[in-house]
Design a binder for this molecule. Sequence first.
Ligand code: GP9
Ligand code: MN
Length: 656
Amino acid sequence: MVSLNKNIEKTTKTIKKYPILFYFAISSIVNATLLRIVTVRNYFDIKPLLMDIGIVLLLSAITFMLKEKNRKKYLITLTIALTAICIINSMYYTYYKSFASFSMLATSVFVVDVKDAVMENVIQLKDIIFTWQIIGLIVLLYEENKKKYKDFTFTKKLKIRKILIVSLVCCLTVILSSSLEDFSRLTKEWNKKGVVMNFGIYLYQANDLIQSLKPQLNNILGHDTALKNTREYYEKYGYKEENKQDNEYSNIFEGKNLIVIHAESLQTIAIDLEFNSKEVTPNLNKLAHEGIYFSNFYSQVGVGTSSDAEFTFSTSLLPSSNGTVFVNYYDREYITLQKLLKEKGYYVASMHANDGEFWNREVMHKNMGYDKLYDKDYYNIDETIGLGLSDKSFFNQSVNLIKKIQQEEQSPFYINLITLSNHTPFSDLDNMEPFDTSMYVNINNRSIRREYINNTVLGNYFRSLHYADSAIGEFIEKLDDEGLLENTVIVIYGDHDARIEENYYNIYYNYDGVYDTILSEGDKGYTEFNEYVYELDRKVPFIIWTKDTKFSKEVTKPTGMIDALPTLGNMFGIYSKYQLGQDMFSIGEENTVAFVDGSYVSEKIYYNSSKDESYVIKKEAISEEYVRERRNKVDKLIEVSNDIIKYDLIKELEED
Ligand code: GP9
Ligand code: MN
């Protein structure tokens, strides 16, 4: 008891002696824990906490090595830097469900550009909470100024040794309890969530800094191995024309025009969905039922969202796991749908009524092989919704541009149209007709109206989608009026999910209108809803439609954006030697759709790579072998795709 009291006394004395140092250490650990709670919901894990403590103590020990006059400045700078790391990552996570990277500083510019989204969706109370660390520091400095805590002279050697030992013990405990896979994640940085969940935010960020600053020499060394591995991969698994087996869709569209609609934030969940007997997307439903509809199709985007969808659609490569291809790797060589159709004599253009600079499109579209990008400057901004020109006006004006192209070029054309109105946060609804997402229930023979999801983000999303759908409907009609549907194939894909938070979906699935309550697990009528149902719901539609042929075909196998080029290629009579996806009509055995973080979906499971956990879709037993086999395949695919992008390998492979 006496010794405990003595210890407490000693500690209190030390704290009083170095208040700013103690404050820095404790507040930084608290903030790092808070960050894990608000992002990856990692409440009780001891490993990342120990690593945070280890790193913060190491940084604290450095204070003792500095000259006396610099110690305070060092601790103030560090406190501000660590608070900033927490705030930035908390904001970044809301939008990208991943953590910020130094290599992506250029990409963050686009987060700032999507002003509405940032203001309404990204900066939240949870991000501001971290500033308590700075406020506390200011108070402490003020008190110190009033000469309450003057002593900033440390007894050097002894303190450093003690602190370093504790720091080392913490770090070693984490290191020794981590698997090889955990370390591989740390160096590869595909799965940023997994790294933070294992090693905490500070080690993640320090490691990220090192990875981003890796010397050029390392790049050169990495290049040779990457080239060798990629060459071997293509020899073994690559697309070979001589092995190609034709199917009923081969070459059916040869020479036809192609119009692709890149539909912003369109999710499959809306297809065939009705509220009070009114369809959310009547036009898309019609196109899906008449055409070929891939109803289990996933967008495989990384942090480059819209631009990643464009990239994967056009190249059949996965987006980069580090940075964004359009922004960071725009100068590499890629074989694209655009270039392949151009070789066949097509005129190839993209249309998007936003700034051409957004996502670096004006540069990257040229590199992808587009003859021209019709950006904002080619449109009369006569009606705006959300980020810019309304979809209805955009499509309306685009028909005139397409008509002009047809007359001037006298060749088949491939036009890519990127929509804008249905962009998060779905709050600029004035120019959109109302769409009622309420619910009517019968109680004692009286029909009672419940708000349900009406006026929530999800309700607004469906209203916004209803508008986007109506714009597409009008577009198809106008194309028809102008004779532009003759000999033309329409392809529509959702570029990525709408990034709507899970709790809204839970209301959507589990609202009980009679009792005006949300059902919980175990309640009668409860629909299973968890993070995996949410992940699976992020799927987007992929539709191929022509006016003259009614296919009325639905493909339910899991497929992804990486399969778009091989599938359309088979239909238009083209292919890329470097395509990593498959023709969706020739998938024999079951398919595995890879995501950039190493997660994947197959017919049977959704595999979460951060947690190394599988969610069984078909309720049947799954062997470890099944999971591992696919995980290795997915890892290899990600590695090859990343290496091609990073080291510009297509240029060299072409010389082989
Ligand atoms: C901007 C649009 C939106 O021009 O394509 O990009 P996103 O925020 O969806 O990546
Ligand atoms: Mn988008």
